[in-house]
Design a binder for this molecule. Structure first.
Ligand code: ZN
Length: 694
């Protein structure tokens, strides 16, 4: 849990997808069903598996989309929609109990404009002449629980679960020393609290665990949430958990206001947020209380991820009531990710192996969340237009999932004059060929297979460790070979003579001979490695191996008729219609056929050995977990890793060597990686590892 059940009030701009759904115009009913499916899947990952795939803001955007759709078509809001319940299900290994009062979510926001709107709505709904008082308190980043006191005794406790039913954890709560087992108050009290571990305690616990050879915890929230659900209270007792009460849901007899009730509990010996709570008589006081808390955030002993603003008087809360989902008298204000401002020096286009043009912002280098950021992908023309980012602009950079730098805003107030907007070119910036757009895709492509940009990227791919594994053939040399017209396709590599290369910059005759002999020895690579190196669409290393086995040799593959492609591959496991079509299109392309023939003529991959030997696996025994969106599908990336001898883990565990983080990465995965000593790398670094090994 991220706090007092803030997993639900979703706001934000449209963001990414997590489970491979493709967003396109759909009839609203299908769209609704797809959204519901996706949100349920994310809920399951978040609540049940503790392993979200996307961050809160991306999730919030999906949820907002669902709410908007149901507002437009109210008949879609059936009782089983995620908007009609709180989400998730308790784990099966602890007894589940029904909450005394359902644990609702809070609506939440990232903007003070929304906060002002919240204030206006509150005033409008209260009886004339009622001036609301607000409380502002930290939103703790731990695990939410329900705690019951009856006749002064602690008699019940449960995790949030799905909001209606949670896991019974009284025995574990009883181990929390700061939580009194009895209090001097007779009436029934039902409380909401956050179970947290102080940062200093986590350091001490992790030091002990490391000394004992156990993996350290990633962060206080995971440690608290995991500990609470343990089955053995004796172990829980050693975890230094604390419970901090942030709401009274039954116990009106305590006081007339939220703040006074927390204060009364504080006096009764219960830990509460009261010491950090501020009472505000206007929205501007609320704003400054939020700012003040943000300033003090790092000095607090526990992690917070925002503030909660509540209407303080219980009678006002009663008259405001609830929407179907949220109390109307409270809202969570969440802090944004860390952001840095810098200037765009240039916007350049990169041409990929398939001809895709990717605009990249070159930035004045700036420190952000621990690294220096000098470049940020702008993805495509739509993204650039939406941001209206131009060369020379001052821009805000945030790290998606704290890893991948993204341009999130342009400071138009300081734009210097009226620089021309960046437009995606009609022609390839490298070869001048008119660009194309594949149907249904935003990205533009250079369709010219002979484009030097495409050839460079193809040669680089061909030479990679998991493909033809050609040593000494680095990026600088490839660029020079292509730009001088010495290499027009990968087969040309085999015609290079030492004397030709020795004439190039930074190349002595000795290094030139090394390059040529490395290229020559790649002739004997197994057939599947050659197929991998050719980069047939949708055919990663695993499919390449199957294709190699089905064909036997390069010359027999070349002899396949289109009908034979279908016949030979339709029974092969993992070869779907799209992959078969891709192989057929590849073999039907005269240019590709010419290239294959050229390779046959040069004695490349003589087909003596159809598949790879394990000896050439640069990543042997190294484990990877891949998360977020990469430029290729998850399957092909997994295939590359496996083909290079690596191991793929579905989640970060003890002993996972690398976490490959793409875009839109869930924070918990990153934190899990940091906590377990797993090194976090990006896609570019993975490519390097695939080529060069660690
Ligand atoms: Zn081009």
């Amino acid at each position: 849990m991220t706090g007092p059940c803030q997993r639900d009030g979703r706001i934000g701009s449209p963001a990414g997808l997590g489970f491979g759904e493709t967003r396109k115009p759909m009839p609203h009913r299908d769209h609704h069903a797809a959204l519901v499916r996706e949100i349920r899947a994310h809920d399951h990952r978040y609540y049940v598996l503790d392993d979200p795939l996307i961050d809160d803001r991306a999730y919030d955007a999906l949820y907002a989309e669902l709410r908007a759709l149901e507002a437009a078509y109210p008949d879609l809001a059936t009782p089983d929609s995620p908007t009609q319940r709180v989400g998730g299900a308790p784990r099966a290994d602890l007894r589940t109990v029904e909450h005394a009062v359902p644990m609702l979510s809070l609506d939440n926001t990232y903007s003070s404009a929304d906060l002002a709107e919240f204030g206006r709505r509150v005033r409008d709904r209260l009886p004339k002449g009622t001036e609301p008082t607000f409380s502002v308190e930290p939103k703790l980043d731990g695990a939410s629980v329900e705690i019951l006191y009856r006749d002064g005794r602690l008699i019940g406790g449960s995790t949030r679960g799905d909001g209606i039913r949670g896991e019974e954890i009284l025995e574990n709560l009883r181990t929390i020393r700061s939580l009194p087992l009895t209090i001097d108050f007779v009436g029934p009290i039902t409380l909401r609290a956050e179970v947290v571990i102080f940062r200093s305690d986590l350091r001490a616990i992790n030091a002990e665990r490391t000394a004992a050879g156990e993996p350290p915890f990633a962060n206080p929230r995971n440690a608290a949430s995991g500990s609470l659900r343990m089955l053995d209270p004796r172990v829980v007792a050693r975890r230094r958990l604390r419970a901090i009460v942030w709401a009274v849901v039954e116990g009106e007899a305590l006081a007339a206001t939220h703040s006074a009730a927390l204060r009364r509990l504080h006096e009764l010996g219960l830990p509460t947020t009261w010491p950090e709570l501020r009472i505000c008589h206007s929205l501007s006081e609320v704003d400054s209380a939020i700012a003040d808390l943000a300033d003090r955030r790092d000095g607090l002993p526990f992690d917070i991820d925002g503030c909660v603003v509540k209407v303080d008087r219980f009678s006002d809360q009663m008259s405001l009531g609830f929407t179907a989902k949220f109390p109307r008298w409270a809202i969570a204000y969440k802090y944004r990710a860390e952001r840095a401002m810098t200037r765009v020096r240039d916007i350049v286009l990169q041409v990929g192996r398939t001809g895709t043009l990717t605009p990249v912002a070159e930035l004045e280098p700036i420190a952000l969340a621990g690294t220096t950021v000098a470049r940020a992908s702008l993805h495509n023309g739509d993204v650039i237009r939406e941001l209206d980012v131009r060369v020379g602009d001052r821009v805000g950079i945030e790290k998606a999932g704290e890893i991948i730098p993204q341009v999130v805003l342009v400071d138009l107030a300081v734009r210097d004059g009226d620089p021309p907007p960046f437009v995606m070119p009609n022609r390839c910036p490298v070869c001048g060929t008119p660009v194309e757009r594949r149907s249904g895709q935003v990205a533009l492509r250079c369709p010219n297979a002979a484009c030097p940009g495409v050839v460079k990227a193809s040669v680089w791919h061909f030479a990679r460790r998991f493909a033809m594994d050609i040593d000494h053939l680095g990026e600088v040399l490839i660029t020079e070979l292509v730009e001088r017209g010495l290499v027009r396709d990968v087969a040309d590599l085999y015609d290079l003579a030492p004397a030709t290369i020795a004439g190039l910059s930074r190349m002595g005759s000795r290094s030139a001979e090394n390059v040529v002999s490395a290229i020559a020895s790649s002739r004997d690579r197994p057939f599947d490695r050659l197929l991998t190196g050719l980069g047939i669409d949708l055919v990663g290393p695993v499919a390449a191996r199957q294709l190699a086995e089905a064909a036997g040799s390069l010359s027999s593959l070349l002899a396949w008729t289109p009908a034979e492609v279908e016949k030979r591959l339709s029974g092969v496991a993992g070869f779907g219609p799209k992959m078969i079509e891709s192989v057929r299109a590849f073999l039907a392309d005269p240019r590709e056929r010419a290239l294959l023939q050229k390779l046959v003529d040069r004695g490349v991959s003589r087909g003596l050995e159809a598949t790879s030997e394990p000896a050439a696996e640069p990543l042997r025994g190294i484990s990877f977990c891949v998360t977020g969106e990469l430029s290729r599908t998850r399957e092909t990336v997994h295939g590359d890793i496996v083909a290079a001898g690596g191991i793929v883990h579905d989640s970060v565990k003890k002993g996972t060597t690398f976490l490959v983080a793409g875009e839109k990465v869930g924070r918990s995965k990153l934190e899990a990686a940091r906590g377990r000593g797993t090194k976090i790398i990006d896609e570019v670094e993975l490519e390097r590892l695939l080529r060069d090994g660690p």
